[in-house]
Design a protein around this ligand. Structure first.
Ligand SMILES: NC(=O)c1ccc[n+]([C@@H]2O[C@H](COP(=O)([O-])OP(=O)(O)OC[C@H]3O[C@@H](n4cnc5c(N)ncnc54)[C@H](O)[C@@H]3O)[C@@H](O)[C@H]2O)c1
Length: 361
């Protein structure tokens, strides 16, 4: 089946990227766009030569032509907006973080099961060119047996605290930012069992009236005993992405090593037969595909890749990943990470799921 999916986009800040993706995709058409801010709706219509918008989410939910809702509202509203979409019989593509806690996890699992609709989490970092190539090499066995994963996301993102919703309850550097690094680690080690870590609230975050850790380092151990390190720094100066990629994922295996990063389109490998030096694969010619707007603030190419992955999976009857259960599992890992930071203990992910009475099998 080669269905063309009709998309409605909710939240037109970061939602700008999925609008661009849908308008450039042979698998999608844009059905409508929605934001509470009418001036922003008009701006997006002008920008993309689109002639329709609404200020009411309900208008998109009631529109029988719309198959999929893309959710790009503030983190605190995702659970509510996903549930509304599912109840209206729509499939969902929701940006990260899926939710700000596990509070709504069981409700969401129940609604998703009852409606039979798909929830796909837009974990954009999996879809950057170097990360895609790294995954292909991993699946082709070029690393041999995986030994360890190192993932980080480091950026001076104090600008983000200028948004009103980022200073409200429910925002945290871990759920909004570090989730990219946690998701990459969990993608390669899907059975993470135990976590341990330390977090620091720097004065720079306190200056914004927030008490959430902005600097965090963790060890994540999986069922077989392998471990990943995951770290994040968000409220202090950085050396810049020319020196150190903001997001980085290193895979070390018995037969080789690779490092993929973001935002520079560079991927390093050293596979058997081992070259003297690591080989650099550059994808600079794809810069315009990934970064379509001013600077490198939005990264629409990743969204293009993930909505098309979504469509191909749906058209072939496969579940696009990460799905709802995988998204909830990543949140359970992060809840364990939070507890470890708070208590200084090693925390088991299964204990979090048990306490929350969440069953993911
Ligand atoms: N790499 C990524 O995948 C990535 C990057 C940036 C942001 N994001 C995510 O995208 C989401 C939005 O972030 P942003 O930076 O665009 O924030 P933003 O504040 O710039 O935009 C959010 C928009 O949602 C609108 N909105 C709020 N409530 C609404 C409602 N009930 N109905 C319709 N519109 C509503 C607001 O008016 C605003 O325009 C966040 O969850 C963020 O984590 C993901």
């Amino acid at each position: 089946m080669n269905k063309i999916w009709t998309l409605g986009v909710l939240g037109l800040g970061e939602g700008r990227s999925i609008i661009s993706a849908a308008l450039n995709s042979r698998y999608f058409q844009l059905g409508n766009i929605c934001d509470l801010n009418e001036e922003l709706c008009r701006e997006r219509c002008r920008e993309f030569g689109f002639d329709k918008y609404t200020l009411r989410y309900e208008d998109m939910l009631e529109d029988p032509e719309i198959d999929v809702i893309g959710i790009y509202t503030p983190d605190q509203l995702h659970a509510k907006h996903i549930i509304m979409a599912l109840e209206a019989g729509k499939h969902v593509i929701c940006t990260k973080p899926l939710m700000i806690s596990l509070d709504e996890a069981n409700h969401l699992l129940e609604v998703q099961k009852r409606t039979g609709k798909t929830v796909f989490v837009g974990q954009s970092s999996r879809y950057f060119e170097p990360a895609k190539r790294q995954r292909e090499d991993y699946e082709a066995g070029k690393h041999g047996e995986l030994v360890t994963v190192e993932a980080h996301y480091m950026s001076d993102s104090r600008w983000f605290l200028e948004k009103a919703w980022s200073r409200k309850a429910g925002f945290s550097w871990m759920y909004n930012f570090m989730i990219h690094a946690v998701d990459l680690a969990a993608w390669y080690l899907p059975e993470i069992e135990e976590v341990y870590g330390v977090g620091v609230v720097s004065q720079n975050t306190k200056d914004y009236g927030l008490a959430v850790p902005d600097t965090m380092k963790f060890i994540l151990k999986d069922k077989s005993g392998l471990c990943a390190s995951v770290s994040g720094v968000y409220a202090t100066p950085t050396l810049g992405s020319a020196v150190e990629q903001s997001i980085s994922c290193t895979l070390r295996g018995t037969k080789g090593i690779s490092r993929a990063g973001y935002p520079k389109l560079k991927y390093f490998t050293k596979f058997t037969p081992e070259p003297k030096n690591a080989i650099l694969h550059s994808f600079d010619e794809m810069h315009g595909y990934y970064f379509r707007f001013e600077n490198e603030s939005h990264h629409a190419g990743e969204y293009q890749n993930y909505i098309e992955d979504f469509a191909v999976c749906m058209n072939e009857g496969r579940t696009p990943k990460p799905d709802l259960k995988e998204g909830i599992h990543t949140l359970a890992i992060m809840e364990a990470m939070e507890e470890s930071m708070r208590t200084g203990n090693v925390v088991k992910v299964s204990d979090i799921l048990k306490r929350r009475q969440i069953v993911l099998e």
